[in-house]
Design a protein. Structure first.
Lengths: 347, 347
DNA sequence: TTTAAGAGGTTTAACGTTAAACCTATCACG
DNA sequence: CGTGATAGGTTTAACGTTAAACCTCTTAAA
């Protein structure tokens, strides 16, 4: 590979001059500049970022740690970070922990095995000397990821950090659930079932709060028998839906589109029609939602915005040392209306 | 950050000795080794990969260029590459070109604007001094990506390279299409429609060949009126399905699950039932397929395997300079049976 | 007793770039 | 005519690591 020195020798100038020209420093003659630029082009010189990084003591690289790159929420957050970083001249390195691939059902294994995956990843990002780190959680909860006094600027997304110094950018579960349940109520539904995710999961809890708040504000009594839990999966939701639809509910709020799939399947079994006999609302706007028949009304996760916001916070910290005042940023989801919720006729 | 020198001073040995210990070189005394390792641990030393890379002239990093990280085929290929690379001690850097985000409908813009995106990405990977590059195409075709005599070992996936020196790992469209059409025929269908992707796209062409081959082997006449094209999207497929189902076809082979969604929607409009009145087969096994009602019978793309295979070829080249004998590797898809294809009753 | 072969290191230089300090010729101005 | 400023450079050293060459002491064998 061609180096600065070779360009310098070819042009009879010092390497420093070549470096100055390529970095737009002043104090270079016009003809020298032109000759050097021509030679750079001719010899196909590519700056060596490794050497630059060593000398400048900054890599202009940020690390992204991802619990699972194949998890449907991840790529769009990554995209949000990358397109923000690109504007500011930063590269990105993605480390994939592949948690789901490793522990499909338990998701985080125990704390020890989680750290046996995480620590090498963190180690490596430190060794690459990234200027900052963004962590993308997969199936959120509170994560004990960055140790106290972690030396590299870092931001958590899609989950909260146990280390309170680390800012978190998360979706506003409660508000979003509140909104979609309000919508169900506005369509005349009052007997509204819920199929939630894992029972003690923070998302499930928050969305349940939003549901309760909407009921409360409309003076609808909360009925715990209509609230069921299904581990975020279609099969579980199918199982729970079979029980739920034995009651008099006219609508169901599923906390994931995947689980709405279970509700659809159940209603299909029963010979009932979604959006005619029973209303179904989802959550996520996962790409599957558009393929349901009828289309699934749901809340779209603001994934790109999460990535973008996290990147903004990180870069403010990297570039100006600015600590984010607000440690927890809640981003609202966006309501997507399709055809799975009908107006309830008043008898 | 702690450096080798500081560890060395602390232990009263030379930096070389510390380096030797950390790199498992022989010729170090047991007590020196132990003292150094303890100090490394105590002072929290993290090797500086930047400096290592400069000195060793290898970065143990491979670059992945991705047309679109949010494209559903991409993350799993990336995962395949990463998990292979990780085993061999290689890091990965992902460059996202975001082609789809930029040119939603045209996909590649013209050759010039494509290169105005690609070239900086390639440049950058050269500047990082990656040891090798894998390109992941999004919406495949033949791609003019790596120039002749490109100095870094490279592999193309999901599409062919115009540069014949670059090995390509692609799915075996023809064989896979052949298989699924054979399956339709085995269920008694002979009047089989097709909804293809873009007309001149290489995938469409190859899958059409597979379709024709299956017909031919079963002595079924090819009827061009039953073959329609829909730009890989649901809406187009819905439009084409409305025409197609005016004919006497009893089954349709859709070249993408998304397009099968259009066929389902059309049959729903017509009050016909998938897997009872009309059989539908898809292609991709995109995550949506499992949510169709009834579940969509389709061919699963071997995405992880593509990534894994590409990485193997690349590492053979990087580590042993071994040129891949076979420049084009075809990986077959896997048949996934669900309920969208029924046995045709003989009248 | 001499020699050879290790064990257990150390010293030096280099990877490619650039910050900081330094040098020289030219020109304007009091 | 001397001084200072400026344009247009050059030289040196350093970023953190490691390959290669070198050194010294001990031990065993001839």
């Amino acid at each position: 590979m061609v180096t600065l020195k070779e360009i310098a020798r070819e042009c009879n100038v010092s390497p420093t001059t070549v470096s100055n020209i390529l970095n737009g420093k002043p104090k270079v003659g016009d003809d020298t500049r032109q000759k050097v630029l021509e030679t750079v082009d001719k010899m196909g010189y590519k700056p060596n970022y490794i050497a630059q990084g060593l000398r400048r003591q900054e890599t202009r690289t940020i690390g992204i740690i991802v619990e699972d790159i194949a998890q449907f929420t991840t790529p769009e957050i990554v995209e949000g970070i990358m397109s923000n970083g690109e504007e500011k001249g930063y590269r990105t390195v993605v480390k994939n922990m592949r948690l789901y691939a490793r522990w499909r059902d338990t998701w985080y294994g125990d704390e020890n095995s989680y750290h046996s995956i995480l620590d090498p990843a963190l180690q490596e990002l430190e060794s690459i000397r990234v200027d900052g780190i963004i962590y993308i959680a997969g199936h959120a909860r509170i994560i004990n990821c960055f140790p106290p006094n972690f030396p590299i600027p870092a931001v958590m997304t899609y989950a909260f950090s146990k280390n309170p110094d680390i800012p978190s950018v998360v979706i506003d579960d409660q508000k979003s659930a509140y909104e979609i349940v309000q919508y169900l109520i506005s369509k005349g539904h009052t007997k509204i079932g819920v199929i939630g995710g894992r029972k003690n999961n923070i998302h499930t809890q928050q969305r349940l709060l939003g549901y309760q708040k909407a009921l409360f504000e409309n003076e609808i009594l909360y009925n715990p028998n209509w609230v069921r839990y299904a581990e975020w999966e279609k099969e579980g939701a199918l199982r729970e839906a079979r029980e739920l639809f034995k009651t008099e509910v006219t609508a169901v709020f599923c906390m994931a589109d995947r689980m709405a799939g279970g509700a659809y399947a159940c209603l299909d079994e029963m010979g009932l029609r979604v959006g005619v006999d029973i209303a179904v609302a989802g959550f996520d706007n996962q790409n599957i939602a558009d393929f349901f028949l009828p289309g699934l009304t749901t809340m779209a996760l603001p994934l790109k915005e999460i990535g973008d916001t996290a990147a903004n916070i990180l870069f403010r910290k990297i570039q100006y040392g600015e600590e984010s005042a607000q440690k927890q940023i809640w981003i609202p989801c966006k309501f997507i209306e399709r055809q799975s919720v009908h107006e309830l006729k008043i008898e």
